[in-house]
Design a protein around this ligand. Structure first.
Ligand code: URA
Length: 233
């Protein structure tokens, strides 16, 4: 059977609307139509494209990819122990999908900017693997004056951070103010931007990611998101 034809209760559960058990109730309430006709039987096998839930087509049936403007104060995990999570700001059904939506890499709690959310495992693999060298652009403010010597040092591919066993890959630093810089990285080590500046005696006081690959925020406000088509890998 085609992946696009599934039981109705499975569709509702897989796309995070409700559990398979709850699906019967959803159908009884008339929330779901198939080709415009109210559906009744949870075991009916139907094409994904024919289903409307509360009048709306299924969310991202071909796979979910969203560009999200992460605000400060939210962690990039499903764990709620560390405070509010970015998933608190996104539709609940995204995390209830199977597979569940996750972030592509992480930003620190206090970091803002471009964060991708997806349920497509291959995208996470591809965009976080250092092998693919996806460029990420950060805007940082630091607590001391930026010295021009940092530009060739960060570009050299020789900067070894404490506790790491390999030096950082060459990174492009642009100094745009006495304490403000843009830094483009092609890897995503733990707290990498902060640790690179820290290794030179500077603390990062503000960090914003303005680009991930080709993707920028455009007019998206903090906390807002926009669905994107899933690229063919
Ligand atoms: N580097 C950091 O130090 N923090 C982030 O959130 C992202 C990159």
């Amino acid at each position: 059977m085609s992946k696009n034809i599934r039981r109705l209760d499975q569709i509702l559960a897989n796309f995070g609307y409700c559990s398979r058990r709850e699906a019967r109730g959803w159908l009884k309430h008339g929330y779901v139509t198939v080709d415009g006709v109210v559906a009744k039987d949870p075991s009916d096998k139907v094409p994904l494209g024919s289903v409307l839930v509360e009048g709306e087509p299924l969310d991202a049936p071909e796979g979910l990819l969203a560009l999200f403007h992460k605000p400060a104060g939210y962690v990039c995990t499903h764990e709620t122990r560390e405070g509010p999570t970015v998933f608190d700001l996104l539709p609940r059904r995204w995390v209830r999908r199977n597979p569940a939506a996750t972030t592509v890499g992480r930003l620190d709690k206090d970091t803002t900017g471009v964060l991708l959310i997806t349920d497509v495992g291959e995208l996470v693999q591809r965009w976080t693997s250092p092998k693919h060298k996806v460029p990420k652009l950060y805007e940082a403010t630091v607590d001391g004056d930026l010295r021009p010597e940092l530009i060739p040092l960060f570009a050299s591919g020789t900067l070894l951070l404490p506790d790491d066993d390999k030096p950082c890959l060459p990174a492009k630093l642009e100094i745009i103010g006495p304490r403000e810089a843009r830094l483009e990285l092609t890897e995503g080590r733990y707290h990498q931007v902060k640790r690179m500046f820290e290794s030179q005696g500077l603390n990062v006081t503000r960090l914003h990611r303005s680009r991930f690959g080709d993707l920028t925020l455009g007019d998206l406000k903090p906390g807002a998101w926009q669905l994107l088509p899933v690229p063919i890998l």
